[in-house]
Design a protein around this ligand. Sequence first.
Ligand code: SDX
Length: 422
Amino acid sequence: MNTVTLIDNRTGKKYDFDILSSTLGPDVIDVRKLYTSIGMFTYDPGFTSTASCSSTITYIDGDKGELRYRGYDITDLATKKSYLDVCYLLLNEKLPTKTQLTAFDNELRKRSFIHEGLKGLFNAFPDRAHPMAMMSSAVSALSTFYYEHLNVANKEEALVMAHRIIAKIPTLAAFTYRRSLGIPYIYPDIERSFTENFLYMMRAYPGENLEIRDVEIRALDTIFTLHADHEQNASTSTVRSVASTGAHPYAAISAGINALWGRAHGGANESVIAQLEIIADVKNVDAFIARAKDSNDEFRLMGFGHRVYKNFDPRAIILKKLLDSLKDELGIDDNLLKVARRIEEIALNDPYFIERKLYPNIDFYTGLILTALKIPKSMFTIIFVIGRSVGWITQWIELQNDTEMKITRPRQRYIGEKNKIL
Ligand code: SDX
């Protein structure tokens, strides 16, 4: 076993720690015995240098701008496979045969209906309730309709919960949209595919056999695939932390939805479009770039920068190509696209962004496509939830089977008062 040696120069004592190898990416230093052997903690706010688990699901190389699901490159999956192919791959560790995909698709269609009782929850929200608040509540509430089927120790039951959650989240998402407008809910149509069904439930009038263009279905299906998983990001780490306490996946994913809502994370896609609308014209871009660079100004360029990618986010590259190919067919807002392009052009040549390796991330372009699909800003992070639901539940299942996993309980560096006397 290879090791690294730590020397405490206060005592001259040496401590050896094992190096655990990885199949791709950095190896890890096993510090599990660090505290018991040297009486100190590691210190890593935000976990910039900390591996929280071992996983076989997703691999990211931030320097190369590489992303793989179960070893397959994201560009191949996003351009050659459907979102349901990717869901099956993440959950079952292999791509489905035609027969397996058909069976999986049929099961999700049948499970896409939600209990009528959930309408009461949606109707209880005020008119201006944000869809993300409704969504996290609805996913948590979903568990109350399956209280006899929450045995997380049963692998078969856990897989059924996974299928149930993946199938019902688009319906819940469409219900949040319909509730926000106060218009009648549209039930799933099992004659329609996963992604088409979501657009149908968002747009149709009651009783209308709405035609949806294939170009729109394919664009949204690609967006779902690009959002499917992303190793131990903030919301997935939240799901894992809740899962580590033994909580069922509805509770864990409801917590993940709330973590994703933050504008530094999944909420960024909504902020990007809001920002492009505020900038409004390419002539204003320079002033906003200057603000983004000013450390005294809290303004940040939304959709730029990433904890892991220190190169282009491969998902942003795929979305940019999708934009170019569908610009006319989808009727992308030309002015906002020009503003986005100008931001990217300036930022990629500006030392401030180059030194900090700040590139466009997945959120930078998503909003332009979603706007063209007539999905309102308030629903952008909900789209992220739909895509990421399979990644969250796959990570939840992996944790259940991880013999090394313990309840998440980090320590701290205490810098408070020593001994106050009453
Ligand atoms: C997602 O983790 C994932 O995988 C997430 C995600 C997924 O699929 O799950 O990829 C989805 O959340 C994408 C990121 C969406 N968020 C945004 O677009 C919001 C804007 N970006 C930033 O807030 C920021 O870049 C983060 C939060 C994404 C990353 O922050 P880090 O890694 O903690 O980096 P940092 O805040 O320490 O910034 C390093 C430097 C700082 O400058 P200095 O203090 O060194 O002078 O870069 C600067 C920051 O001020 N900086 C920015 C910036 N992002 C970082 N300056 C201007 N604009 C920005 N967008």
